[in-house]
Ligand binder design. Structure first.
Ligand SMILES: CCCCCCCC/C=C\CCCCCCCC(=O)SCCNC(=O)CCNC(=O)[C@H](O)C(C)(C)COP(=O)(O)OP(=O)(O)OC[C@H]1O[C@@H](n2cnc3c(N)ncnc32)[C@H](O)[C@@H]1OP(=O)(O)O
Length: 238
């Protein structure tokens, strides 16, 4: 399973020629520690029936290669601590002055650090022809905002992660410059939703990606969003 997940991620990278992801900042090579490799996007006992059903449906679509399952880990692409540090120095020199290098060793993706079933449960799929990333997302009980509803910040986070994945696949190292969200209906806590993102256009370093959040039966439109991502330029002092 680990081999096939790595192969799929590699396929996505190869698809885009790994633009911007050649790790020019890396000081070391070799495998990351084994415990890092748990793919959090695979079915777990805590997943609901809807989540499992949609996972199976999308995995079926992956069989002819039109869709790709994107594995997901609790660390960034730059998982080795020395890589993270070198990455920040190369791309975010202003921020690097304020970052505690020791704390950096503990860095993890915050959506992947809740206990199973309590926080963000999600899996993403990518269609290269249509330039779409779809995220199947179930927000657990620890993500409550208004009683019985998903916190808007949790929705924003997952929208950012979905459109961000789309931007990263297209152009490598990017950051969110603008995220514009219309919350149209409250999302019931612990329900499964589909986050559909679409890469609309690329203009120089700017990527425009739109997105909506729908119920599984597609009858309820919960949220609509547009986003702007900027491909980072290591020559610029951001
Ligand atoms: C092969 C890969 C496989 C991958 C597989 C998938 C794995 C996925 C794994 C994990 C995915 C997780 C994904 C998570 C995603 C999360 C992302 C975040 O949350 S990022 C944190 C929040 N964002 C910030 O903190 C940015 C702060 N802002 C900045 O640092 C700068 O403003 C930055 C970098 C965005 C732009 O700065 P400049 O100096 O590089 O660029 P300038 O010159 O200012 O802008 C460039 C152009 O963009 C326009 N622009 C910039 N900001 C704009 C704005 N807010 N609105 C409109 N236009 C804007 C400008 O007007 C300019 O346009 P003109 O070229 O002149 O036409």
């Amino acid at each position: 399973m680990l081999r096939s997940c790595a192969a799929r991620l590699h396929a996505v990278g190869a698809l885009r020629g790994l633009r911007g992801c050649a790790r020019p900042w890396a000081r070391s090579s070799g495998p990351a520690p084994e415990f890092f490799h748990e793919d959090h996007s695979l079915p777990k006992p805590s997943w609901s029936k809807d989540m499992r059903l949609l996972f199976d449906q999308f995995m079926k679509k992956c069989e002819d290669g039109s869709w790709i399952h994107l594995p997901s880990y609790n660390y960034t692409l730059f998982q080795r601590s020395q890589d993270i540090s070198a990455f920040i120095h190369a791309y975010l020199p202003t921020a690097s002055k304020l970052i505690n290098e020791e704390k950096l060793l503990q860095a993890k993706i915050f959506t992947r650090n809740f206990e199973d079933g309590l926080g963000f449960e999600y899996v993403m799929f990518y269609n290269d022809v249509e330039k779409r990333v779809v995220c199947v997302f179930e927000g657990g009980p620890y993500l409550q905002g208004m009683p019985g509803c998903l916190h808007g910040g949790a929705i924003a986070t997952m929208i950012d992660a979905t459109v961000g994945t789309s931007a990263m696949i297209a152009e490598g190292i990017v950051m969110t410059a603008n995220l514009n969200i219309n919350f149209k209906r409250p999302v019931p806590l612990c329900s499964v939703v589909l986050i559909n993102s679409q890469l609309d256009k690329i203009e120089g370093r700017k990527l425009f990606i739109s997105c909506n959040v729908q119920s599984v039966d597609e009858k309820t439109l919960y949220t609509e969003a547009t986003s702007l991502f900027i491909k980072l330029d290591p020559e610029k002092q951001v």
